[in-house]
Ligand binder design. Structure first.
Ligand SMILES: [Zn+2]
Length: 376
């Protein structure tokens, strides 16, 4: 099974063999067969990816993809998507670190964001909302307004160029917007707007409103499901990560030093607490409450990504809250609401890894999800 997976992945990434990277084909992999198998089953009839990583080490536990062309298209590492509202976690971390927002401030939202001819609806929630509530109920007004005001803040930044480049530096430090350079070929970078890019793209000028969509993970920001999972890792570890890898570190095949080093994000360590609490609230009583379980505490963030067809369904999260053992990202193209498909798939992956099996109820859910075919 291990060999099959790596062969499939290597094939999909331009037929670059494992041996071509100087890695012996008999080196053990970090993939957990039960979790991988479940991931492949859940992706039946769907185009998308499931990535799971052990936060403590960066070991890739599951790397499942599927598409109408078959499972040998490695969308998990080779396709960059708009992360949608899963990105609000990273936005909150950057803006808390900069002091643009605080975890105590409250913002009014009447149920949708309105600005000129722009209207973006929210899930049902109370008003005004704190940051934790904005994460739990995925308030668009909260994140669109605060991001635009950060970019337009003339007191804090000398120019908009400086504001957007500062924002981008935080995101890059979380491993977003560029390849993580894992031990597999074919990895894609993604897009994170910076001043050079924006000055080239918007020749007549730009401001916070021009790039406002990035506040909710759409527009000038894309990333791979692998990077989304790594974002969940950095949150689970409160600011640290190892470069994800698919090869085990063994005496016979020791990993390169770069995979053993801890990387640090630029995010203020204090920023993680409210974001983690907001992600917990999302599962306890917010947009992902369907996956709440008394077995362990899952922290997560849903994403529903607009695109020309049916919405994409996304989720990032980790568990258990106190001592995270697994971080997950699920991205299902045209899967609808994040809570409908990506979140329950992630919850099953978490259960399989933490418990080694699924409960009877979860087996039924897995069957139901596997039967949902978006293509034949
Ligand atoms: Zn709202």
């Amino acid at each position: 099974m291990f060999r099959k997976i790596i062969a499939v992945i290597a094939f999909s990434c331009g037929a670059i063999s494992v041996a071509a990277q100087g890695l012996p084909t008999d080196a053990p992999l970090t993939i957990r067969p039960l979790v991988q198998q479940l991931g492949e089953t859940l992706l039946k009839g769907k185009q998308g990816s499931i990535v799971a990583i052990r936060p403590e080490t960066g070991e890739i536990l599951c790397l499942a993809t599927n598409s109408p062309q078959g499972p040998n298209v490695s969308l998990a590492i080779a396709k960059a998507y708009a992360p949608g509202s899963t990105f609000k976690t990273a936005q909150a971390l950057a803006m808390l670190s900069e002091g643009v927002i605080t975890d105590e401030m409250k913002i009014e939202c009447s149920g949708s964001f309105l600005d000129g001819n722009i209207r973006v609806n929210c899930h049902k929630h109370s008003s005004p909302l704190s940051l934790k509530e904005a994460l739990a109920y995925s308030c668009n007004t909260w994140f669109l307004q605060t991001f635009a005001s950060m970019i337009n803040d003339e007191f804090m930044y000398e120019s908009r160029d400086e504001a957007v480049d500062t924002w981008r530096d935080y995101m890059r430090s979380m491993g977003l917007g560029g390849p993580l350079i894992i031990d597999m070929p074919g990895e894609m970078g993604g897009l994170l707007a910076n001043s050079n890019y924006l000055n080239r793209r918007y020749k007549n000028g730009w401001d916070g409103k021009t790039i406002i969509w990035a506040g909710m993970g759409q527009g000038d920001v894309t990333m791979t499901p692998l990077q989304m999972c790594n974002l969940a890792v950095t949150i689970a570890n409160k600011g640290e990560y190892h470069v994800p890898h698919i090869y085990k570190d063994t005496k016979e095949h020791p990993l390169a030093k770069r995979f053993k080093e801890r990387r640090h994000t630029k995010v203020s360590p204090k920023a993680y607490k409210p974001v983690i609490e907001g992600m917990r609230m999302a599962v306890e009583s917010g947009t992902a409450e369907k996956i709440n379980t008394p077995k362990y505490k899952i922290c997560g963030k849903t994403g529903t990504i607009e695109n020309p067809g049916r919405d994409h369904s996304a989720f990032i999260g980790f568990a258990p809250m106190g001592h995270p053992k697994i971080a997950v990202a699920v991205y299902i193209e045209n899967g609808g609401f994040g809570a409908d498909m990506a979140a329950p798939i992630a919850s099953l992956i978490i259960e399989m890894y933490l418990k080694g099996k699924l409960s009877e109820q979860s087996e039924q859910l897995a069957e139901k999800l596997a039967d949902k075919r978006l293509f034949k």
